[in-house]
Design a protein around this ligand. Sequence first.
Ligand code: CTP
Length: 403
Amino acid sequence: MQSLLNKKIVLGISGGIAAYKTPELARQLMQEGASVQVVMTEAATQFVTPVTMQALTGNPVYTSQWDSSISNNMAHIELSRAADAIVIAPASADLMAKLSLGLADDLLSTLCLARDCPLLLAPAMNKQMWEHAATQRCVQRLAQDKVTLLGPASGFQACGEVGMGRMLEPSEIAEQVIAFFQKKTLLGKKVLITAGPTFEAIDPVRGITNHSSGKMGFAIARAAVEAGAQVQLIAGPCDLATPLEATGKIVRINVTSAREMHLAVLNDADYDIFFAVAAVADWGIAKPSKEKIKRQGKDAPSIEFITNPDILLDAAKTVKTKGGKPHPYCVGFAAESTDLEAHAAEKRQRKGIPMVVGNIGHETFGSDLNQLLVVDETGSKKIAKAEKLQLARQLITLVAKKI
Ligand code: CTP
């Protein structure tokens, strides 16, 4: 699935060492289906060559407003007229200052002033420059002008310092550009999500877990942030990066056991939607050993199980009615080996929740693809096989209509 299909992006590059990452950003935007038109300031050409950008994007690179290759000689109008967005990475302190004042003394700044499309900036500068009152004034002015800032991040800088002002990684910028184009169906909403497996310890080195990869839950978290929500992601042990972390719109809490997950969920009372995507262990170990259980001289140990709390069931008990609708809106998931529709409908009744989403085919663990069966008060309907992120976006649209 390409999330930027048919999008035309003008990729601006201003003069900063972070420009060495921009070719990778261009490549990622194109992999998502965007066509990329590069415009560079003269200073940017000191850090990355127009030839590199032209070779990668397959489009001529413009660096000057006096370029006569554009028929009417109005590159600043022509280039922005065709664009769905202008993304500038890196955006230097100097360029941000210019844009905040409406100055237009080269092609890139003129293009921004003459634009009729959104402008997204990925700032990159030394920490002192970022923290300077003048830069912070520009940041405020740009926000008033509805310019979107992607980052910056805090971390190791080319100048040797550590602090705020580092440009986001190309993958983070691409993720945010994709998010920018998604419909904001959950603006101002709070979403709680459990994802991944749980791990029930037998002793310090052994335990019981399951095949859940966490991919579906993380895809829903990403789609919810894309839709404008503030997300709390409670994740069991899984090796997945937190989606859209740099937006500050997602808080991840890592837990191990079902009981820890239960506590984390019940601790958070203030949310509009709960997606219980985690594959929670139904049983925990009654008395996990503090020391590793030794094999030598022992028969196979007998392990006593205890029933874990049902997180979704307990969360559903807190539901109230708000404006005639259940609040929070709880969505359960079901992975079954037989009779998916009947089991999903039974779970919906038993847990007292308005929607259960079934994974069609329980072999989808770890896969990027899935196929869903949505069971709600209207009956059941299939969502055709697709990438989990695509399914997650469809689910978010569906649930947004319900609340
Ligand atoms: N769930 C939960 N807490 C549990 C068990 C399940 O929150 N202790 C949630 C899951 O996250 C999922 C839904 O309940 O959203 C259904 O989980 P599932 O394991 O399929 O159902 P169970 O209630 O455990 O029923 P069964 O094992 O009999 O199928």
